[in-house]
Structure formats: C-alpha cells, structure tokens
Design a protein around this ligand. Structure first.
Ligand code: C2E
Ligand code: CA
Ligand code: CA
Length: 287
C-alpha cells in the first residue's frame, strides 16, 4: 500500500509540473494567435480606409472550344511594404469580424471602374463576383449590384454572383436575395460546392444557374484517393438539377479531358489562364 502511494506520488511529481507547463504553453499559443488575429483585423480596417485592394480576373473557358466565356473577379491585398496577404486569410478574418460587406462594397466599386461599359463591347462575356453570407443577408447588396450593372452596361447574364454554401444559414433571407438577384438578369452560381456542411435541400429550394466544382475535388481526379469518387456524384447532382457546371482549379490536360468527357461545360484553372489584370484581359479579348 505504502509502495503504491509512493509510486503515485513519484508520478505526480513529474506529471503535475508537466501538466502545468503544457497548460502554460497552450495559453501562450492562444494569446499569440488571438493577438495576431486582432492585429490582422486592425490592419485590414486601415487597409480599407487606404484602399490597398485591387482586383485580378481569372478567365472561365468553354471546355469544348477553349474560348474564354467569362472571368471571376478575385480581390488582392498588397501591403505598402510590398508583402501580399492571401484572400483566403483576410476574407475569412473580415467575415468573422463582421465587416466583409465593406470589402465587398470596394470590390464592386473596383470592378465597376475596371469594366465601365465593358459589356457594350462584349455581349457574350460574363464577370463573376464572390459574395459572402453577410452580403446575401443584406439589402444593400441588391442596390450595389444594380449600380454595377448600370456602370458596366450589363445585359442579361453578363454579371454572375458566386455564393458559397456557408452563406446559406439564413435560408429564407438568402432565397429572397438570390431571387431578386436573378430577377435583375444576374446569374447565380454555387461556389465551393460540397465543402460545407449544409444540407443539400437548398439546391431544390433556391433558383440557381450553375454549380462550381471545388478545386479540392478536381485535384483528386486520376488519383486513388477516398474523395476521388466525389466528382461523378457532383456531376450527377448538377445534371439532374439542370445546372451548368464550372470546374475550378483545373491544372492538367488529363483533368480537363475527364471533365469534358463527362459533360462539364466550363472550367477555370492554371491550365488555361492565371488570374490577370483587367488591362491584360481586355487586351486578350480585343476591343
Ligand atoms: P474561390 O472563390 O474558390 O476562388 C478560386 C481560387 O482558386 C482563387 O484563389 C484562384 O486564384 C485559385 N485558382 C484557380 N485556378 C487555380 C489552379 O489551377 N491552381 C491553383 N493552385 N489555384 C487556382 P484566390 O484568388 O487566392 O482566392 C481564394 C479565395 O478567397 C476564393 O476562393 C474566395 O473564396 C476568396 N475570395 C477571393 N476574392 C474574393 C472577393 O472578391 N470576395 C470574396 N467574398 N471572397 C473572395
Ligand atoms: Ca469563387
Ligand atoms: Ca473554391
């Protein structure tokens, strides 16, 4: 008995300080991460005031003909000191901190400036804008889109919005917003399809035009991974709902061929073109 107690005591002598040390390290890590996040948020707010953002445009091509049919507008943040912060990081931070709408507003302004009366010359082209959940729940999005449509000279189908499943928490409100967007002649695509945790019931409930097959699934094509069977299922769902499919992140001809063979109409990826300035896009399209 005394021996057992002695053994426990010896172990406690080692484990208790170790536990205290681990808790200390964890608390320090949380402190550092929180501080970094707060710094990011305050720097972002300054960046919004100083208008440090710009746009690039990545072509969306017809998988059969290779023709450029549209482009996705993607935001870039170049800090004055020269470094760039990836949108994955600062968009998420702005969403979490509740001011993504300020970024969306600047994005729409920049696209409007870049593409002033652009569609008067390019009736068959479209430009896609990314919207976050807060955008889909706000009435100001509709007026901002109306302004953008007027400024760019957009007709039916010239503008498209990409909405992620993550934005579908307030399903009722989102459905109304999407309906209004579509009644303005703006198309609606589901972005990052299959990467969220939302129920798929919205697919039948919402009025949609197209579905983007996420890069993470396209990456698995031709590989022997557990998720490589996901793409055929997504294609099946899209076909049964009569949605146009846009494959994202296509990097190899094998991936393009696989998608083409299965009836995927559109694609976007480094195989075809990287994101570029509006001037470069305009030049390639010809005036
Ligand atoms: P996303 O909407 O899924 O956009 C596609 C991302 O994939 C872009 O990354 C694009 O540059 C990248 N990409 C396209 N083809 C390829 C490829 O072949 N290979 C590789 N490795 N990457 C490819 P980006 O520009 O870094 O944007 C990341 C994410 O940030 C976007 O993902 C989107 O969720 C968000 N984002 C970007 N711009 C905006 C914006 O203006 N508003 C909002 N709300 N979100 C934005
Ligand atoms: Ca997108
Ligand atoms: Ca994606």
């Amino acid at each position: 008995m005394v021996n057992i107690q002695r053994g426990l005591y010896d172990k406690a002598l080692v484990l208790v300080p170790l536990g205290v040390l681990a808790a200390g390290v964890l608390a320090f890590a949380v402190f550092i991460l929180t501080r970094q996040q707060l710094t990011l948020i305050s720097t972002l707010k300054v960046a919004l005031k100083r208008r440090e953002f710009s746009m690039v445009y990545q072509p969306i091509v017809d998988l059969q003909s290779g023709r450029w049919l549209g482009a996705e507008a993607l935001v870039r943040w170049h800090r004055p000191a020269g470094e760039t912060v990836p949108p994955d990081i600062f968009i998420k931070a702005a969403e979490d901190a509740g001011f993504i709408q300020d970024i969306t507003a600047q994005v729409m302004e920049m696209v409007g400036r870049d593409a002033t009366q652009f569609f008067k010359r390019h009736r068959d082209f479209h430009i896609a804008i990314n919207l976050s959940s807060a955008d889909l729940e706000s009435p100001t999005t509709i007026s901002a889109l109306a302004r953008l449509a007027a400024q760019t000279g957009a007709g039916n189908g010239n503008l498209l919005v990409e909405a992620t499943e993550r934005g579908f928490l307030e399903a009722e409100v989102v459905r109304d917003t999407l309906q209004q967007i579509r009644s303005m002649g703006i198309q609606v695509a589901i972005d990052d399809f299959g990467t969220g945790y939302s129920s798929l019931s919205y697919l039948e409930d919402f009025e949609l035009d197209s579905l983007k097959i996420d890069k993470s699934f396209v990456d698995t094509l031709g590989k022997d991974s557990a998720t490589s069977q996901v793409v055929p299922h997504i294609i099946e769902i899209a076909k049964s709902l009569k949605l146009i499919m846009i494959a994202e992140g296509v990097e190899t001809e094998d991936q393009a061929q696989y998608l083409r063979d299965r009836g995927v109409q559109l694609a976007q990826g480094w195989l075809f073109a990287r994101p570029m300035s509006f001037a470069a896009l305009n030049k390639r399209l010809g005036a």
